[in-house]
Design a protein around this ligand. Structure first.
Ligand SMILES: Cc1ncc(COP(=O)(O)O)c(C=O)c1O
Length: 429
């Protein structure tokens, strides 16, 4: 009926992520309880965490002033001053970072923080040149892919594959071929990485930080799953921040995705710009998550819950899913799991997969098992890059109940074996 602008068409039109979420949502609605949902990024409802959120909410209701302020006030666009002060103090205390309130800005979820950051730094520059965000290692978080208001904003770099076990591998940044050109505005990584559960090593982070510094650009680290909270990280990785880095955190994966609370820790110039963007786009940010969590930052309870409840819960979920994969797949076909170092997912690689991962996704969907085809996570690459690996992987979430995870993995094994059997028949005259 109406004509949409170019930006309107980009943001208001279909995108990989919206089609995917729609597909998952509809399949779930139609399939009811029969669907094995291993596709989404929904954190688990951990009973002890849900109980704590409920009791904290009751505390707020009992202290009416706290509740009235949380739901009845606009906060400043930068975020709630008491929450920001408590967070800065906690980061100074726990991580030893030189962080003050001037380094912090709140956003409506980490996703919004990325939309702001990518457009703050990338795109058309005052001198007319265009700058991009360098993803030094893909596969990378699909939620970044369609965030550009104009043409493609990303320049992605393929990883090196390191075999770390009989059925295990790990992506490493390929520094031998990584180049930072004049057209790069920032380097960005998620750590732990969605979709793979990779945790870039301290050495990789140090090298990326050095590269960024040498080019006078920031290194953005998406810490949605990282330390100090929610600490869904299973290896010994040191959390790092200094003013040449932009670190994002979120209250989602500790169990409060509905409160839409994202956090940017950055140079004061960047934090102030994010606050200004919040004012323009949304006036203020959601208050409730900040109000709930502030006293838990002050007391250190948030760290205790992360370390003693959330982290062990997901370590066990990951261990169980890996055990199911090994027991179910056996030696029927070749497979590898990306080393599970954090986040909520297993990333499976089938090197000889005779069909594409997209076709495998379709076949699994027909059987009531929802995963995400790996090819979606390889964005920002030149069209000329032809790497079969892109079509041989899938992401499965391991946060569901043991029954769902085990049954889903059983069906994945069956469908991969079936694809191999079909290909074998085709090849035998
Ligand atoms: C790597 C990563 N970054 C950012 C986000 C955004 O999360 P939120 O907007 O809920 O904070 C997600 C959500 O799944 C994620 O996986």
């Amino acid at each position: 009926m109406f004509e949409f602008s170019l930006m309107g068409q980009r943001l208001g039109g279909p995108s990989g992520i919206s089609e995917l979420m729609d597909d998952l949502g509809h399949a779930l609605a139609q399939g009811g309880a029969e669907v094995k949902m291993l596709g989404g990024g929904q954190p688990a409802h951990i009973p002890a965490m849900d109980d704590r959120w409920a009791s904290r909410f009751r505390e707020m209701l009992e202290n009416r002033e706290e509740f009235d302020k949380a739901v009845g006030n606009y906060d400043p666009p930068r975020g709630n001053p008491a929450f920001i002060a408590a967070l800065a103090a906690m980061l100074r205390r726990e991580c030893g970072w030189d962080v003050g309130p001037e380094n912090i800005a709140i956003t409506a979820g980490g996703q919004t923080a990325f939309f702001f950051l990518f457009h703050l730094l990338g795109g058309e520059m005052p001198d007319g040149t265009r700058k991009k965000i360098l993803l030094p290692l893909v596969p990378e978080y699909i939620g970044y892919a369609n965030q550009s208001v104009r043409d493609d904003l990303f320049h992605a770099h393929l990883p090196r594959i390191e075999f770390t076990g009989e059925h295990e591998f790990k992506y490493r940044v390929d520094f031998d071929t990584l180049e930072v050109g004049d057209d790069i505005a920032a380097i960005c990584v998620s750590r732990p990485t969605n979709p793979t559960g990779n945790v870039l090593t301290d050495e990789e982070i140090a090298r990326l930080a050095d590269l960024a510094k040498a080019h006078n650009i920031p290194l953005i680290i998406d810490n949605a799953y990282g330390a100090p909270f929610p600490n869904i990280i299973f290896t010994n990785a040191t959390p790092v921040w200094h003013e040449n880095m932009i670190l994002t955190l979120s209250l989602s994966k500790i169990g409060l995705p509905g409160t839409r609370t994202g956090i940017v820790v950055a140079h004061p110039q960047v934090a102030a710009a994010i606050a200004n963007m919040s004012a323009i786009v949304g006036l203020a940010n959601p208050n409730v998550g900040q109000a709930m969590v502030r006293p838990m930052l002050e007391s250190g309870e948030i760290l205790q819950l992360s370390n003693e409840v959330v982290r062990p819960f997901y370590i066990e979920k990951s261990r169980y899913a890996q055990q199911c994969v090994h027991e179910t797949f056996g030696d029927r076909f070749d497979y590898y799991i990306h080393r599970s170092e954090g986040a909520l997912f297993l990333w499976l690689w089938f090197p000889d997969l005779p069909i594409s991962s997209k076709e495998l996704y379709q076949r699994l969907k027909k059987r009531g098992v929802l995963i995400i085809s790996g090819h979606y996570f390889f964005f920002g690459l030149d069209d000329s890059v032809d790497w079969p690996h892109r079509h041989q992987c899938l992401r499965m979430t391991f946060t569901m109940s043991s029954d769902v995870v085990a049954e889903g993995i059983r069906v994945i094994g069956e469908e991969v074996a079936r694809a191999h059997a079909e290909a074998g028949k085709r090849e035998t005259p």
